[in-house]
Design a binder for this molecule. Structure first.
Ligand code: SAH
Length: 233
């Protein structure tokens, strides 16, 4: 079966983009990941295939037309996949949401362009707005590729070392510990000795401690999330 992503975009050639490479590329080859990019412009009915118009009320830029986008959405199979709209106004993507999405059958992703899309199609088709961070891209496509990248590495069978998924940054609301590899000495800096000790318990303790230190220093907000979770239990 595989995970089915349908992307609605004005630039279908941007897909699968970088997902053609490495782990995601192999997932596509195996059929574990299917990416279908659909050109929204195909659903514009007028002679010039118009997809945008000037904002009602005035102002700069153009707005993606509700009727055209709605037709593109309605042409999709009627299934239960979440319908997402990449949008800086959405809730910021988290590893937890990525994990939820990756455990489903797929996603529909609408990529905005210009000033954005007509509000009535967001409401009428119940699109969930998803942001990838507090900055503005010129279009939803790189955001969609980012989301799909994060989803893909969690799909069953995609990541070579299954364990490596569960200790990454954010998985436990902690930033990951530092990594080292040979040579033992680099420009006078040594690999921390405990990592060469072969004592798994000591190594795990050391890593956890470094994780806590890093998180406390750089992202104390993540620690608050752990405590909130504990409180809910
Ligand atoms: N005028 C809008 C920004 C439009 S940017 C505003 O101020 O909210 C054009 C398109 O790029 C958006 O419709 C969205 O699909 C995409 N986009 C821009 N920044 C994004 C972000 N941080 N996350 C997800 N999508 C983004």
């Amino acid at each position: 079966m595989g995970f089915n992503a349908s992307i609605l975009t004005l630039y279908p050639d941007m897909f699968p983009g970088h997902l053609e490479y490495s782990m995601a590329g192999r997932a596509i080859e195996r059929g574990d990941l299917n990416i279908e990019a659909i050109n929204i412009r195909n659903y514009a009915l007028d002679k010039h295939h118009t997809v945008d118009d000037t904002p009602s009320g005035g102002g700069a830029g153009m707005v993606l037309k509700a009727d055209v986008l709605a037709r593109a959405i309605d042409a999709l199979p009627d299934d239960n996949r979440p319908r997402l709209l990449m949008s800086p106004r959405g809730e910021t993507l988290t590893q937890q949401r990525v994990r939820e999405l990756s455990s489903g059958e797929g996603v529909v992703i609408v990529c905005g362009r210009f000033e954005g899309v007509d509000q009535r199609v967001i409401d009428g088709r119940e699109l969930e707005e998803v942001s990838i961070g507090d900055y503005i891209l010129s279009g939803g496509e790189p955001a969609a590729l980012t989301l799909l990248d994060a989803i893909t590495r969690l799909l069953p069978g995609v990541m070579g070392n299954v364990e490596s998924g569960t200790y990454e940054s954010f998985e436990n609301n902690l930033l990951e510990h530092p990594h080292y590899t040979r040579p033992q000495e680099f420009e006078g800096q040594m690999i921390p000795e405990v990592l060469l000790s072969g004592n798994h318990k000591l190594i795990a303790d050391w890593r956890h401690k470094r994780s806590m230190e890093l998180t406390t220093k750089r992202r104390p907000d993540l620690l608050t999330r752990i405590n909130d979770k504990k409180d809910q239990k």
